[in-house]
Design a protein around this ligand. Structure first.
Ligand code: B12
Ligand code: SF4
Ligand code: SF4
Length: 224
């Protein structure tokens, strides 16, 4: 009994240490998701993604508010800032004997289907950092949609966070304001069955810098 309690205290302590390390690097949001509860999520690796689930059990998800480096900072600068914080987590995990794997902010593993190695939105949602809005973006209570995600996968035992229920309510602004009608209204609580039912990736102007669905969200909070 005592051994089990000690083990659970140790897991709690390690989780707090990692979260403090992340926050100490100026990252706004951090949470932990259990990868095995998310098995089956869409991934850019079609052949065999079992190496992910065989080697890693948890995802430490980091979120940075978009204008935290100032209004003039570019997306690339915010990504670099996040990469540095993620690398420090990797270093900590490696010192403890656990290799890590970073899911980078913008990497695409299937550029035709437009899929990342894992969806950072699924990971952020699993880590209790926000819900998947009607725009498919993750909406956090702290900043709404205006943040960027990065994640570090690990085999180290960690305490997981609790997912947040959807709070879009009667709002449909992202769908109404999308300039290219790329978004379709689909009724879902946790997530829609298919991305294509909600978002037409051919019509979306995200590659050209469109952020309308992100900025119109009433939950969006800018720092300055
Ligand atoms: C490729 C890509 C795009 C493509 C495709 C978009 C898409 N929604 O997939 C295009 C070019 C269209 C695009 C556009 C934009 N993007 Co983009 N994009 C990506 C990228 C690199 C991969 C996305 C991916 O793999 N999607 C997989 C799809 C299938 O998953 P999904 O959208 O999460 O939704 C499905 C699943 O999540 C599923 N699901 C949810 N939970 C669960 C749980 C289980 C168990 C299962 C089985 C399924 C499931 O439900 C959905 C339907 O199936 C990510 C980075 C990353 N690695 O995640 C950034 C990312 C998603 N993009 C982002 C942003 C901000 C944008 C834009 C605003 C453009 C911009 N100027 O920045 C627009 C917004 C468009 C929109 N409304 O979604 C941010 C989102 C931040 C946030 N607040 O959530 C990300 C995370 C980049 C980052 N590091 O911050 N993007
Ligand atoms: S990024 Fe622009 S075009 Fe794409 S879904 Fe959002 S509002 Fe529509
Ligand atoms: S704009 Fe409204 S419907 Fe869209 S994600 Fe934000 S709260 Fe949800």
């Amino acid at each position: 009994m005592d051994a089990r309690k000690n083990q659970s205290n140790l897991i709690s302590l390690e989780t707090q240490r990692i979260k403090n390390l992340v926050r100490g690097n100026g990252i706004d949001l951090v949470g932990v998701a259990n990868l095995h509860q998310l098995e089956g999520m869409p991934t850019g690796i079609h052949a065999n993604s079992s190496f992910i689930y065989d080697n890693f059990r948890f995802a430490i998800v980091l979120g940075a508010q978009l204008d935290k480096l100032g209004r003039n900072a570019s997306g690339a600068e915010v990504s670099l800032f996040m990469e540095k914080a993620a690398l420090e987590v990797m270093e900590y995990l490696e010192q403890k004997g656990f290799p890590g794997l970073i899911i980078h902010t913008e990497d695409e593993y299937d550029p035709n289907e437009r899929l990342g190695l894992l969806s950072l939105k699924v990971l952020a949602k699993g880590a209790g950092l926000g819900w998947q809005g009607r725009s498919l973006l993750i909406i956090s209570p702290e900043f709404g949609s205006v943040h960027r995600w990065i994640a570090v996968l690990t085999g180290m035992d960690l305490e997981t966070d609790v997912p947040i229920p959807n709070q879009c309510g009667d709002c449909f602004l992202c769908i109404d304001k999308c300039p290219s009608e790329a978004l379709t209204l689909v009724d879902f609580d946790d997530h829609p069955p298919n991305r294509a039912d909600v978002l037409d990736i051919q019509k979306c102007l995200g590659d050209d810098g469109c952020t309308v669905c992100l900025v119109v969200c009433p939950w969006a909070k800018w720092k300055k």
